[in-house]
Design a binder for this molecule. Structure first.
Ligand code: 13P
Length: 249
């Protein structure tokens, strides 16, 4: 059975005191124990967050990593370092990294490989621009991102990945893909994986939806057959909303 997941991508928000306050507020809420809750705070919070989360079921994710273990890469953080502070998941291929930091699929695939080889789990993001959708190119874009980012993994490695479909036009805009639009792409991602790895692998990978998910629209999205939860931005910065999302299946 596929894991149901609600992951909060905090992006570049909240200093350490503000972040700890939100984390403690999240711990005070009634999270749904049948759903894997993950928080992805900025790098600088990870070490102290791991200590706060040590006796909980909440997963800890980084928002990025470098693909090398060490070396002369000023300002970068390796997967080995993330692992040493107890990080379990790494968000990779987010459209904000692709757009603002010029990360192409080759660079992202190196990171995916390093994360998997270190025993951590990538949360691999894909998604089309508004123009690509209007031009009817969205299936092509998604297939390319999935194949380039993930298809050099073997079956077991791929099974360790979580995929997030985040249409760029829906991120932080208040505009959400309709359940039908999201379901269509999630089914397409699963079909693309099935063609390469078979149905068993495809049916066991969690595929999350991201893009303006909030308590008011989560249920209709999370109830779609191929949507296994969400990768949440803005609404994850509020403890109550985050908790409500874990109950929205
Ligand atoms: P919003 O939920 O703020 O639209 O952000 C989605 C996202 O980018 C999560 O990674």
């Amino acid at each position: 059975m596929r894991q149901k997941i609600v992951a909060g991508n905090w992006k570049m928000n909240l200093d350490l005191d503000e972040g700890k306050e939100l984390l403690i507020n999240i711990l005070d809420t009634d999270l749904n124990n049948d759903v894997l809750a993950i928080v992805a705070p900025p790098y600088i919070h990870l070490n102290s967050f791991k200590r706060i989360l040590s006796h909980t079921n909440i997963g800890l994710a980084a928002q990025n990593c470098h693909h090398q273990d060490s070396g002369a890469y000023t300002g970068e953080i390796s997967v080995k370092m993330l692992k040493s502070v107890g990080v379990e998941y790494v968000i990779l291929g987010h459209s904000e990294r692709r757009e603002y930091f010029q990360e192409d699929s080759l660079a992202i695939s190196f990171k995916v490989n390093t994360v998997v080889q270190n025993g951590l789990r990538p949360i691999y993001c894909c998604g089309e621009t508004l123009i690509e959708r209007q031009d009817g190119e969205h299936f092509k874009t998604i297939a390319k991102q999935i194949k380039q980012g993930l298809f050099n993994l073997n079956e077991m490695e791929l099974l360790n990945c979580i995929i997030a479909y985040e249409p760029i036009w829906a991120i932080g805009t208040g505009e959400t893909a309709s359940p039908a639009q999201a379901q269509e792409i999630h089914a397409f991602i699963r079909k693309t994986i099935a063609q390469q790895y078979g149905d068993l692998v495809a049916n066991n990978i969690s595929i999350l939806y991201g893009g303006s998910v909030k308590p008011a629209n989560a249920q209709e999205l999370f109830n779609c057959p191929d949507i296994d939860g969400g990768l949440i931005g803005g609404a994850a910065l509020d403890a109550k909303s985050f908790a409500t999302l874990t109950h929205s299946f």
